[in-house]
Design a protein around this ligand. Structure first.
Ligand code: THU
Length: 136
């Protein structure tokens, strides 16, 4: 985060939240990911009348990052009404693209701009990782 203020990441997440498509839950989410090359990838939640097809904001941003050729993230900001933390599926998805989850920042932000700073490893301390596959 040395060359990029955390506020850029948070502002990007706030801005993309305006595009959230959440007519069913009404819970609008904006996420912004900082990758290891210094680029920021934004994403919002995209719901569907077939509820199981809903895509979370974090995974929207992550798919944008990976599809454009970046495979390592170093920080994520998530903006919601109440400052909620990413769901388990998103945490596992984020974990896939980290080298050291103890050094990856996850910042949750509420509409009132209350911030909570976590490390990814705090939120998903025992996530499934490639080493687990090799044990079988
Ligand atoms: N949601 C996210 O975008 N990210 C999360 O980590 C948790 C939940 C979305 C999915 C759905 O559109 C809405 O929030 C309510 O669950």
């Amino acid at each position: 985060m040395a060359t990029l203020p955390m506020s850029d990441l948070i502002e990007t997440a706030k801005r993309v939240r305006e595009n959230a498509y959440a007519p069913y839950s009404g819970y609008r989410v904006g996420a912004a990911i900082l990758d290891s090359s210094g680029q920021i990838w934004s994403g919002c939640n995209v719901e569907n009348v077939s509820y199981g097809l809903c895509v979370c904001a974090e995974r929207t941003a992550l798919c944008k990052m990976v599809s454009e050729g970046q495979q390592e993230l170093i920080a994520v900001a998530v903006v919601t009404k109440d400052g909620g933390t990413p769901c388990g599926m998103c945490l596992q998805s984020l974990l896939e693209f980290t080298k050291d989850p103890t050094r990856v920042d996850v910042i949750t932000v509420s509409e009132q701009s209350n911030q909570v700073h976590y490390k990814l490893s705090d939120l998903i301390p025992h996530g499934f990782q490639t080493g687990d596959l090799k044990r079988t």
